[in-house]
Design a protein around this ligand. Sequence first.
Ligand SMILES: *Cc1c(COP(=O)(O)O)cnc(C)c1O
Ligand code: SF4
Length: 450
Amino acid sequence: MNYQTFTLRNFRDIPQLKSFTEGELFDIEVVGNILPFKTNNYIIDELIDWDNYADDPMFCLNFPQRDMLSPEHFEAIAELIRSGADKGEISKKANEIRADLNPHPAGQLEYNVPEYQGEILQGAQHKYRETILFFPKQGQTCHAYCTFCFRWPQFTGLSDLKFATKQTDHLVGYLREHPEITDLLITGGDPMVMNAKNFSVYIDALLEADLPHLKNIRIGTKTLAFWPYRYVTDPDADDMLNVFRKIVDHGMHLAFMAHVSHPVELSTDVVKKAIANIRATGAQIRTQSPIMNHINADPHVWSDMWTKQVQLGMVPYYMFIARDTGAKDYFSIPLVDTWKIFRQAYTEVSGICRTVRGPSMSANPGKVQIVGVSEINGEKVFVLNFLQARKKEWVGHPFFAAYDEHAEWLSDLRPAFGESEFFYTAEFRKMLNINDDSMGIFAEELRKCY
Ligand SMILES: *Cc1c(COP(=O)(O)O)cnc(C)c1O
Ligand code: SF4
């Protein structure tokens, strides 16, 4: 199958859009100037239900929708397009609007940058003790874009092999100095957009370095959903599968972390073949996804998804709560509703599917799970728990927040029982070096960090 993409430039050529009204096409064009927009022939031909496209999760995942923007933002771009403004003008306005939608990227950028030999380690994040995140420069794009994604401004073109080699040398050096790291999580964009040859530059260097403490290589990717041909008919499909085999044969665990948003992504013959091919290398596929309004805010979608995943030999891993999206109001769900969806789905499946953890917020102090809603001494509370934390002692230590039916993120929550801080707050503040001379200013600063 030949890979064909559609973006703002050529989306009007998509055959299924021929029946769209000019108004519908205009909406896509306006919103597509602000939010990421790229889709491909597989998603269009195999995943979207065109008879119900307006409510179709894959359509909403890939095609910008009018309601994803506020009326003011929408009108600002619409007016420029109507008046025939040039590209530069539109993109200037679009950038202003994007800055307005700024998603507070959970303090990731400022606080987790590792250093090697006095220099910043390019394209890496080391937040949790055992796991380092690595963003290979050549994997900074995807086979299609999710409309909710805010990582896409960092998507760039491919860089040269020389840069890749230098990036890998430094990563290996850093890993040598950090024997506490057991996991390398290769992410993007999507690292599986790389061809096998470029990907093996990174892998060969890691295997040759022979680091006994490095046990697990994880690959975070959306390719099973967006382009499963990557592991079936692409010219270097076999070469990529052989790189996987090489990792496994080296005695490492290869965790293929598949971003799966909806069961329809697991329904085609080609995705089933891709899953089988990946598993045949000895890799283990785990699945994770954010929960999003209009995409998968339904317990049956999740129970169906987990059941299918297990049937296909995948292990359900995480349900995420997302905050860093541009079209926040369109996709967001109150924490209490997210928990209800998780719980209902969890009760509908057997124990074998309950390897999934969540719903979890990747906030600055750590991954915070909504365990549930309870009542203690007459006060309604959220029970929370760190699944992962900046300080390992925080993990598995339940804590409580005052119940709030509108809360959508950790920063919306206050400690229960009239306490002024959560159990970890003082230590967290020290870690971030936030000056607490004025509690008022501190509280504001801290909230921004969540
Ligand atoms: C989620 C995450 C990890 C991996 O956490 P696990 O619980 O081990 O899957 C690592 N680094 C960052 C920054 C993360 O957000
Ligand atoms: S596949 Fe991942 S990185 Fe790419 S657009 Fe979707 S969420 Fe963003």
